[in-house]
Every structure is written in C-alpha cells, then in structure tokens.
Design a protein around this ligand. Structure first.
Ligand code: ADP
Ligand code: MG
Length: 290
C-alpha cells in the first residue's frame, strides 16, 4: 500500500551518495534482508553507562521483541534505532547502528529523515490535540503530500491500522474522544502514514485492556508483511505470541554498584522461550528473577 511519493526529499540514500566510494563499499549491508546491524553499541547518560557492548541484527519483515527487567535499557536501545536519543541532552551513543548498511550516526545523515523512515509508537497513546483526520494527515503534509492526495492517505493508513470502519464517519472529531485502544491504533496509523520502513514500538499495549491489546497484537501480525517491527514488551507471553525473534536484556551490577544493561542473547523466539542458551534467560523466562 505504498503511496507514490512525488516530493523530492533528502534521505538516507542521499546521505549514502554523499559518502565516498570507499565508505559505501565498507558500509554495505550484510544482506538485503538485514535492516539494522548494531555493533559494539554503548549508550551513556552523562557518565552513566546504561547499555554496554550490544551487538545485534534486525531482519526485514520480522517482528523482533526486546524483553528484560525494568531498567535494563530496552527503551534506551530502541531509541538508538531512530536517533531519538539525540533529543535527550545527556545521552551519548558510541559504536555503530547501520541501517541498510548506512551508519545512522554519521554526520551526513539527517535525523529527521531517519525518524520518518523509522517510525515510533510509544507506551501511552499520544495523539495530537487535533481531529482524527489531522492526526494522520500531519506527517504527510509536512513531507509535501498534495491536498488532493491526503484523503486517500488518511483512508489507507486508517484501514491498514484496522481503525477505518470505526472512525470513517467522524474523521473531523477530536482524536481525544477515541478509546485508549483506538488512540493507539490511531498512533500506529499516524506512524505508517508517512511510509516508513520500520516501526518501533515501546510497550505499546501496556496502557491497554486485554481486548484492545489483542487487537494491537493482530495488527502487528498483519503489519509485519509490509514493515519491519521492533517491539519492547514487558509481557513475555506477548513476545512469545507475536515475535519471530527475541532479544533478552539484563542488568549487570558493577563493583561500584552501577547498573549497566547488556544483551544476554538473541534468537528465534521459540528457542529463547523453550531452550535458551544462557542460564540468565532461563531464570527470567521461568520467572525465577524479574
Ligand atoms: P527499560 O526501558 O529497560 O526499563 P531504560 O532504557 O528506560 O530501561 O533505562 C535504562 C537505564 O537508563 C535506567 O537505569 C534508567 O534510569 C536510565 N535512564 C533512562 N533514561 C534516562 C535519561 N533520560 N537520563 C538519565 N538516565 C536515564
Ligand atoms: Mg522502557
């Protein structure tokens, strides 16, 4: 359902073009299906190391889930994929996050364009204080979509987010009038309205009731045919239900008593939940530590 784009824009490919031949050669993605390659990533807040030495790949058209105890750096890590940590003054990212072979943190890359391609949905639904229609049209308008195209984009995005039938007759009503679950689907529709490649979700169901949660989970299963999805969830059953691969993060307490997050293991979801390689994963999924 990709909408044809007419407006030119600076994008990650342009950033690649502005690199030297050598850099492009070097930064070729591992394979066409590898969307992200993270290597030796450390994230600091001031001098506090929140996440240490993370190495991980994310594969196209899969759902990758991040699980682990509170404070182990899942949200911090997720924000590295679309440079949202840039917006936190004390945050500093070391190492590499390559997106289709391009290092997202090199200076030529436009962080705003990165966030258009790599959308995000947050824990608490956060619609704009605008109409349902304008919530969806907002991003495409900024990206230069013509007025005549907007109705179509709004309809398709809402359909794709399984919300159209519930809101088609009240598009000009305020988004705040929707239920929590509907607001979250609206936020997903808003994220996909700008034609992203990846949708990052940070505990998108934790403020929702079980029925609304089930709808979002169904939606994620449908969206993964068109988008690569990376989801943080504190709900292990949810990770087991919806993801193809699962990464388990944990917290290492240093001698100085500081708590640094680390990736323990990444694997096929079934493997992680039935026969993990690391005893720490086993302890977490069997509920012996939390
Ligand atoms: P999770 O999402 O796994 O619960 P977070 O990524 O939110 O973990 O946090 C990881 C660590 O980084 C925690 O110790 C947290 O207190 C710290 N942290 C998160 N955000 C900030 C911030 N903006 N400034 C300073 N420390 C932060
Ligand atoms: Mg978090």
């Amino acid at each position: 359902m990709k909408v044809e784009e007419e407006s030119p824009r600076i994008d990650v490919e342009t950033a690649v073009l502005s690199m030297t031949e050598d850099q492009v050669g070097e930064s070729d993605a591992k394979s066409a299906s590898t969307v992200f390659e993270v290597s030796q990533l450390n994230v600091y807040y001031g001098d506090f190391c929140a996440l240490r030495d993370v190495n991980l790949d994310v594969t196209q058209s899969e759902v990758t889930a991040f699980i682990g105890p509170s404070g182990c750096g899942k949200s911090t890590f997720l924000r590295c994929f679309n440079r949202m940590n840039d917006l936190i003054e004390t945050a500093r990212v070391e190492g590499q996050v390559r997106y289709h072979g391009v290092d997202l943190y090199q200076s030529e890359v436009d962080a705003v364009e990165v966030r258009r391609r790599i959308g995000m949905v947050f824990q608490k639904p956060n619609p704009f204080p605008k109409s349902i229609y304008d919530n969806i049209a907002f991003g495409p308008r900024i990206a230069g979509a013509k007025k005549s195209e907007l109705d179509d984009i709004v309809e398709r995005s809402l359909q794709r987010a399984a919300l159209w039938d519930e809101v088609r007759d009240r598009l000009s009503d305020p988004a705040y009038g929707l239920s929590g679950g509907q607001q979250q689907r609206l936020c997903i529709a808003r994220a996909i309205a700008v034609e992203p490649d990846v949708v990052l979700m940070d505990e998108p169901c934790s403020a929702l009731d079980p029925i609304a949660t089930a709808r979002i989970e169904e939606l994620i299963a449908e969206l993964k045919t068109d988008y690569t999805i990376v989801i943080v969830t504190h709900n292990m059953q949810q990770a087991a239900r919806i993801s193809d691969r699962t990464a388990f993060f944990s917290v290492q307490v240093t001698d100085a008593g500081r708590r640094t997050g680390e990736l323990v293991e990444l694997g096929a979801t079934e493997h992680i939940f039935t026969n993990p390689d690391d005893p720490r994963t086993e302890a977490y999924i069997t509920g012996r530590v939390g």
